[in-house]
Design a protein around this ligand. Structure first.
Ligand code: NAD
Length: 299
């Protein structure tokens, strides 16, 4: 399905650009839009067609449209704003929103799409830029199961797994669980590696010794090599992780599930933001501990 015509793609940032490129590589046509010109030009060079607005993407696509935007307000603007997708949605349009947004916002978008005769499936992803480039993201979907089943094959072009988690809001709630685990894992790795370094043990040896044991993790394998190089180029920006943690705190308070550790890592990230590091990769959390202890975890 959707091999004829062009799939729509809105939001060509760190994640959206490689995902869109993988759709092109798999033989799908694309019509794309971003408020920033440069990535649009790059996609056009790769074979996509450029649109001048979200509405133009909706009108020119083949019934399927992806969004990959920063947060809830951006998705709301792109879908329900002036010249938004829903102002020009063909009947039955399927919107696959791969952004990580508040579960409540995704429920609102589901209802807005339904009122306009379209379908909204939330499909946030995990894996970061490297897995977006490789097409091996982990995808967690929420919305209508029959809509998920219609697009699952295409989700598996950009991801290596796609799981239907339940009705509207379920995909983004699952993503919040993912983000809590990633943030706390980074904090634990940072705390432990700063301790070892301060105590005089070579962090390269610490990594080699423990990565294969119970403490080893995908987060450790992805972030420790970058920490050892002092490389905090994003990747996933601290400011975006703050957005996810805020959504996690709001959701947790709304359902009555206290999340004390999430509150703690939120304050660590707020401290880094106040220190001018909001645009660093979230692996840059190690800098918070480095400052406290007066050492750097480096090769
Ligand atoms: P990004 O800021 O690099 O990209 C977002 C893109 O959306 C930008 O190119 C921006 O110009 C565009 N945009 C914003 N508003 C727009 C609008 N109204 N119309 C059209 N384009 C618009 O962010 P990213 O890192 O690609 O993240 C996107 C989403 O994916 C976020 O929700 C993030 O939490 C999630 N995510 C990111 C990563 C990661 O490692 N970067 C991993 C998993 C999930």
């Amino acid at each position: 399905m959707f091999k004829q015509g062009k799939i729509g793609f809105i939001g060509l940032g760190i994640m959206g650009k490689p995902m869109a490129k993988n759709l092109l590589k798999a033989g799908y046509g694309l019509i794309v839009y971003d408020i920033v010109k440069q990535p649009v030009e790059e996609l056009v060079e790769a074979g996509a067609v450029a649109a001048a607005s979200c509405a133009e993407v909706a009108a020119g696509c083949n019934g399927l449209l992806f969004t990959m935007l920063p947060n809830s307000p951006h998705v709301k603007a792109a879908l329900t704003g002036e010249n938004g997708v829903l102002s020009a949605a063909p009947k039955g349009l399927i919107i696959v929103d791969t952004s990580s947004i508040a579960p409540l916002a995704s429920q609102e978008m589901y209802e807005a799409a339904r009122a306009a005769g379209a379908h909204y499936l939330e499909a946030p992803v995990s894996g970061g830029e490297p897995k977006a480039i490789d097409g091996t993201l982990a995808i967690m979907a929420g919305g209508d199961e029959d809509v998920f089943n219609k697009v699952k094959d295409i989700l598996l072009v950009v991801g290596s797994s796609a799981v239907y988690c339940g009705g509207p809001g379920s995909g983004n709630t699952t993503k919040l669980a993912n983000q809590i685990i990633v943030a706390l894992n980074i904090a634990a790795v940072s705390e432990a590696f700063v301790l070892a370094t301060k105590a005089g043990v070579d962090p390269v040896k610490v990594f080699a010794a423990i990565k294969g044991g119970l403490a080893g993790s995908t987060v450790m394998n992805a972030k420790v090599p970058l920490m050892l190089d002092g490389n905090f180029k994003p990747g996933f920006r601290i400011e975006l992780h703050i957005k996810d943690l805020q959504n996690a705190l709001d959701t947790a308070h709304a359902v009555g599930a206290p999340v004390p550790l999430t509150a703690g890592i939120m304050e660590i990230m707020q401290a880094l933001k106040a220190d001018g590091k909001a645009k660093d990769d979230h692996g840059g959390v190690v800098q918070f501990y480095e400052k406290l202890a007066g050492v750097q975890v480096r090769k």
